[in-house]
Write a protein that binds this ligand. Structure first.
Ligand code: ADP
Ligand code: MG
Length: 433
């Protein structure tokens, strides 16, 4: 149609009125017109592609293929009944849940010509899927995508705010604290995938959240826990710690080192400051000190915060009965393997290996929760020692944060596999199915 609007004579317009096939003159005219048409078309394509390099064309081709997949998939999804509603998501409440959250593409990624390779279906189990479209370039330079499907309990697209995440994961679990059960939520994922944004909000709680979609889960959790505590007649104690380089430090007490002591099968955090919070506001004030203490530079994979596990705990204690229950939110260290990065220093690589070990230990603990709940190998690692109470009866929610583009395809793929294995453990044991 673009050609017509440019007024190019077409074979049809030159010959249609009187189809005089016998006239050689007309035939020459027709051939000339066709040649002109071809010339114009080639010019149009040249123009359209001016300023575009090989990468742009490759991106377009991959995007077209992904779009094709989405189009077909969406048509199929349209026919489902149990599609997402916040309510349906909240109602799917299993003792262990593995969820995926895709974050929006960032300006920086768009600038690097990153393109979206994650397709999500925000439905409830068993229809909650995330697809990773792996771009492939073959030897003959032909391009294709290989689509890997992953199933989870809940899947959140890039439009889901922290408010929806809270309402559909933690909020339904919080009443369990009243029964003396523990509730925990882990954010797992590579550096820059949105873990800190999820747990603590923009800039790890130091930035000001302007909308309900930006307020960190810890803030929402505080608001609800005080209601539960009042019903129970419980006192609320806040603690906030970090595991960095194999050491446990207290973020509410000037990064003081904490010793873990085992006594009668229980762990004691020697020297940990547990602040008695009298209200939601008070709790947030206490936390402001802790978030300021956490080292900054959220998205830089060399920053301390991306290489540390941050653990936020709210403990509810009923004075006369001695009942305790614990809510724990964990912003895990970046899952990328520092060991694989050739430019990283030896120290950073060692640290990467230690982080990896701790994440594997975590996976083992979650697995044994389902396979053999009498024995949980939490002693194998500092992280799992600290999180021991999270493995007691209650609800354990894992949120896998993923960045959306091809720029991080390998990391995202390995994270999806990690989370998927945890998902399989829970279902093999009958949890949540
Ligand atoms: P991580 O803690 O996993 O390293 P961050 O939480 O620091 O990652 O997120 C990286 C960047 O992406 C930050 O600038 C953050 O504000 C932004 N971001 C992450 N998730 C979202 C989201 N759901 N919506 C908007 N911005 C987000
Ligand atoms: Mg972070």
């Amino acid at each position: 149609t673009a050609l017509h609007t440019r007024g190019a004579p077409t074979a049809a317009t030159t010959t249609a009125p009187a189809l005089d096939t016998n006239s050689p003159l007309k035939e020459i005219e027709r051939i000339k017109a066709a040649r002109e048409l071809r010339r114009k078309q080639a010019e149009l394509i040249r123009e359209a592609r001016a300023g575009k390099d090989e990468t742009d064309m490759m991106v377009e081709e991959f995007e077209a293929k992904i779009h094709q997949f989405r189009h077909a998939w969406m048509q199929w999804v349209e026919s489902w009944k149990g599609r997402r509603t916040a309510q349906a998501l909240a109602e799917w409440d299993a003792p262990i849940q593995v969820c995926v959250r895709k974050r929006p593409i960032s300006k920086k990624e768009a600038g690097k010509k990153g393109f979206d390779i994650i397709t999500t279906t925000t439905a409830v189990h068993p229809h909650a899927c995330a697809f990773l479209h792996e771009p492939k370039l073959s030897l003959d330079r032909s391009r294709s995508i290989v689509t890997h499907p992953f199933h989870f309990d809940k899947v959140f697209d890039e439009y889901a705010g922290n408010d929806l995440i809270f309402q559909t994961t933690l909020q339904p679990a919080i009443p369990k604290l009243k029964e003396g059960k523990n509730v925990s939520l882990f954010c797992y994922g590579a550096t820059g995938s949105g873990k800190t944004h999820t747990v603590f909000g923009p800039e790890g709680g130091r930035g000001s959240a302007t909308t309900a979609a930006d307020i960190g889960l810890y803030h929402y959790a505080c608001s609800q826990v005080f209601g539960v505590a009042a019903e129970m007649g419980a006192d609320v104690f806040v603690s906030f710690l970090e595991i960095y380089s194999g050491k446990v430090v207290d973020l509410l007490n000037n990064r003081q080192h904490i010793n873990l002591l085992e006594q009668n099968g229980n762990f004691i955090f020697q020297g940990l400051r547990e602040s008695h919070a009298s209200s939601v506001q008070h709790c947030l004030q206490i936390m402001a000190v802790g978030t300021a203490t956490r080292t900054t530079q959220a998205t830089d994979s060399n920053s301390t915060s991306s290489r540390s596990h941050a653990i936020f705990r709210l403990e509810l204690r009923v004075p006369h009965t001695g009942t305790t229950s614990l809510l724990t939110l964990i912003d895990l260290a970046g899952s990328e393997r520092g060991v694989d990065n050739p430019s990283a220093s030896a120290a950073v690589r060692r640290e990467g290996a230690a982080i990896n070990k701790s994440l594997l230990a975590l996976k083992e603990c979650i697995r044994s929760l389902h396979v053999n709940s009498n024995y949980v190998p939490f002693r194998s690692n500092k992280l799992t020692c600290v999180l021991r109470d999270c493995f007691r009866a209650g609800t354990c929610i894992m949120v896998l944060n993923v960045a959306p583009t091809n720029l991080t395809v390998e990391q995202t793929m390995s994270c999806l596999h990690y989370a998927n294995r945890i998902k399989e453990y829970s279902h093999a044991a009958g949890g949540g199915s």
